[in-house]
Design a protein around this ligand. Structure first.
Ligand code: MG
Length: 256
């Protein structure tokens, strides 16, 4: 079911967005060669406690997970791109790290992701992250009242296709509200002018993720960590946005 939020409710969702943005910023600053993924998870966990927020991940146990997630953060390194379960791994020079973080503040959820490179970057990885970021920007720009959901998907997919990247449609964006995952699903490619009409009050996470040389994925035995099928690297960026009368409002904006 698709729920529309009132302008007052969207105002109430801002603290969660600001909190998520602050954690993503802190994670990006802390990520460096020699830092363990478990340290990043612990830092996010402490920030949740300090803010009186509630993790969306720690007890999360959908059918595909071998057990409850147990951590507050997704950390996906190199050929891992989504749902990476934080584990005892120390970041090495040139690693491409994607962090994905969702939590609730005052009962409202926000969700955001960012890819960073630690140490000396490979220019190809810089490019991949840049394409994902441009796709996110294009998707947000298309999130205008009166447009269709397919306009967002098409904007994202067009950037990828123009750069010669494939798009995997198994995982994409989603409605956000009292819980982390709601309707509608927001695919990372689609047909312009098709699908749900975008109305003020719709709150969604838009999250392009791309792999260098494939659009196929495989799952680790833990049921969580999703990797490229061919071992090539992936990038993932995400914002939670509210569609307002005036256009898209980026709730997880780190510059705000
Ligand atoms: Mg997310």
């Amino acid at each position: 079911m698709i729920e529309l939020r009132t302008p007052t409710q969207i105002e109430e969702m801002r603290p969660a967005g600001r909190f998520i943005a602050s954690v993503i910023t802190a994670l990006a600053e802390k990520a460096a060669v020699g830092v363990n993924l478990l340290e990043l998870d612990e830092m996010a966990h402490q920030m949740i406690k300090d803010a009186g927020a509630e993790s969306c991940y720690i007890d999360y146990h959908p059918s595909f997970g071998a057990s409850p997630f147990g951590k507050v953060l997704c950390t996906s390194v190199n050929d891992a791109v989504l749902h990476g379960l934080p584990h005892d791994y120390t970041l090495a020079d040139g690693d491409l790290l994607s962090v994905d973080f969702a939590a609730a503040v005052d009962g409202w959820v926000s969700d955001s992701a960012l890819s960073v490179i630690v140490g000396e970057p490979d220019p190809k990885d810089v490019w991949l992250i840049d394409v994902a970021q441009r796709a996110l920007d294009a998707g947000i720009a298309a999130a205008q009242p009166g447009n269709r959901l397919g306009d967002i998907s098409h904007a994202i997919g067009s950037i990828a296709r123009d750069e010669g990247l494939g798009v995997n449609l198994q995982f994409g964006g989603h409605g956000v509200g009292r819980t982390m995952h709601g309707d509608p699903h927001v695919p990372n490619d689609g047909r312009a002018g098709k699908g749900l009409k975008l109305r003020p009050g719709l709150v969604i996470a838009i999250e392009p993720w791309f792999l260098h040389t494939t659009d196929e994925i495989r799952f680790d035995e833990d049921g969580w960590t999703i990797r490229s099928a061919d071992g090539s690297r992936g990038a993932h960026v995400e914002h939670t946005i509210a569609i307002t009368e005036d256009g898209p409002l980026v709730l997880t904006d780190r510059a705000a």
